[in-house]
Design a protein around this ligand. Sequence first.
Ligand SMILES: Cc1cn([C@@H]2O[C@H](COP(=O)(O)OP(=O)(O)OP(=O)(O)O)[C@@H](O)[C@H]2O)c(=O)[nH]c1=O
Length: 629
Amino acid sequence: MVLCPVIRKLLHKRVVLASASPRRQEILRQAGLRFEVVPSRFKEMLPKALFPSPPAYAVETAKQKALEVARRMHQKDLRAPDVVIGADTIVAVGGLILEKPVDKQDAYSMLSRLSGKEHSVFTGVAIVHCCSRDGRLDTDVSEFYEETRVRFSELSEDLLWEYIDSGEPMDKAGGYGIQALGGMLVEQVHGDFLNVVGFPLNRFCKKLAELYYPSGREDPRPAQSHQGRGGRDEDGGERTQAAGPEEAVSSRTGHSPPPFPTGLLELVDSFKASKALFTACKLKVFDLLKDGAPLKAVDVAGKLGASACGTGRLLDACVALGFLQKTDRGYSNTETANLHLTSDGAYSLRGLVLHHSDHPWDLSARPESAGRDGVDPHDGALGERTGPPCQASCAHSEETRLGLLRAMHSLAKLTARHVATAFDLSRFGSACDLGGCTGALAYVLAREYPRLRVTVFDLPEVLQHVAGFQPDGPRTEQVSFLPGDFFEDSLPEADLYVVSRILRDWPDGKVHELLSRVARACKPGGGLLLVDVAAGPEAEAEAEGLRRRAGGERSAAVYAHLLRRLGFADVRAAAPSATPTLHRACARPASPRAHPAGLFPPVSLIRVGQTASPREELGTAGSCKCGAP
Ligand SMILES: Cc1cn([C@@H]2O[C@H](COP(=O)(O)OP(=O)(O)OP(=O)(O)O)[C@@H](O)[C@H]2O)c(=O)[nH]c1=O
């Protein structure tokens, strides 16, 4: 997510961070900026005595770091990036500038100098706009610095050496890291904390706003005043003082142009990020870069049998997306890529990526024809049928099916504990996980509730692969597998039915049919644990028409309503604090008269998974519970 509108202005530019500092990369990535990392080779050895003040030194160093990268990139490709960002953090105490310690003794003398005193941390930042014209590089440097004052406690010798022996001081200015163990040394901070960590994000955003919205409005529309404006136009070029043609027309007609549709254009463009991910997964780029030494683009291209230029662009896109890191030695996987994007990662989602790359988009892309023609895409009228991916996978090649099962297994492993412990299920003796796939959730339920026997009920085509999937924890006889189709066959008897991450893939008719079958199978005193990705209330209204036909996220309130109609009582919803609005989904107990005879099943409705924002981490969004009186 991008909170700062001006950061969005950079999303369509090629931005390079000229820094090897992982902290800077993290701060800017968290802010939603997309960038490549090209560490600067500039030697930080400017003669300090020549500078009038410590921050002047930091700013000049930041500038030289950024310019070195801009020049090197320009020389290499004859094409510089649009923007290069450089930064330099120093600690200043008693007129002395402290950078990174060269050894433990140096760290000791720095930290003992800081002990019991206040010092200043300055980070100089340079934003270099580049333009390659006729083989020549033009640069335009904007620079600033931020100061934060930090006071240390008195540090004992023991504490000092223990801290130094932790190794933390060695790559940090002043010999400490306020964001980690070094935080224990700090008594007071005046100013921007992130500035101490290595990048003054707040000032950076303000500086960008100055550059891109020189009239002072955080609005990318051209300013109305024709006077005194400098600044940067949409392409990063310097704006002239004269009004542009659009503004001239505006002032003549008295109409101002509508707000620039940044969000819309971002959406139009955002498929490129997915495409880069899809392509890299298809080409097995992350498998190639797993574990081994970093590889240069040309080597990756050689192994893939692809063009060096195209591969370089793809790899850079993956760096910008945070899946690869780039250093002088070449490209390597980030931890996310190793875990989720390699074929055999512990929580590999590669199968899911490939599935989304090849399959469901066709369906989602055509609901308008469904609406026009009165066709339900799920009835096969568009030549496809969805349902849970692991069931839909039965129609796919063996490799695709296995990849999908792997992805479903990883997703279930990521969320299973949260699902199993969101409610106290200890009073149930038996459970049936409908469409429980590889049993990832079933084994966690069994581990959390040692008395519980869990039957995983799924299609034979799915269950034949179960042996190849390792659950989280040991296999146990509490869990058994039964082949069957939950739409066709009678449901196994159980005290508790589990319907997890299935419903969103079915249209309303199918959801109603499945839940009705569960309601009929439910014994008095039995229950239903419903787990799904759910839409927030605002998404609910907007998505209603589309979702109703084509399946997709339903809000907890929609599920609760449906369950009450089916005779489930006291539907309650629980949500993690990250999505407090979901608490509103708690349902009042239904009137017993509303229940079909003999059925007063308590219901648990749990929502786990993504929110409407696809970038949010799985399992961090809401959960909601519905329970019986
Ligand atoms: C005071 C403090 C500093 N740092 C780190 O110190 C390095 C400064 O060195 P630099 O020369 O500015 O940067 P670098 O790491 O050499 O990277 P580069 O930009 O390539 O020169 C940066 O890492 C900062 O995060 C912390 O992580 N926490 C703190 O509390």
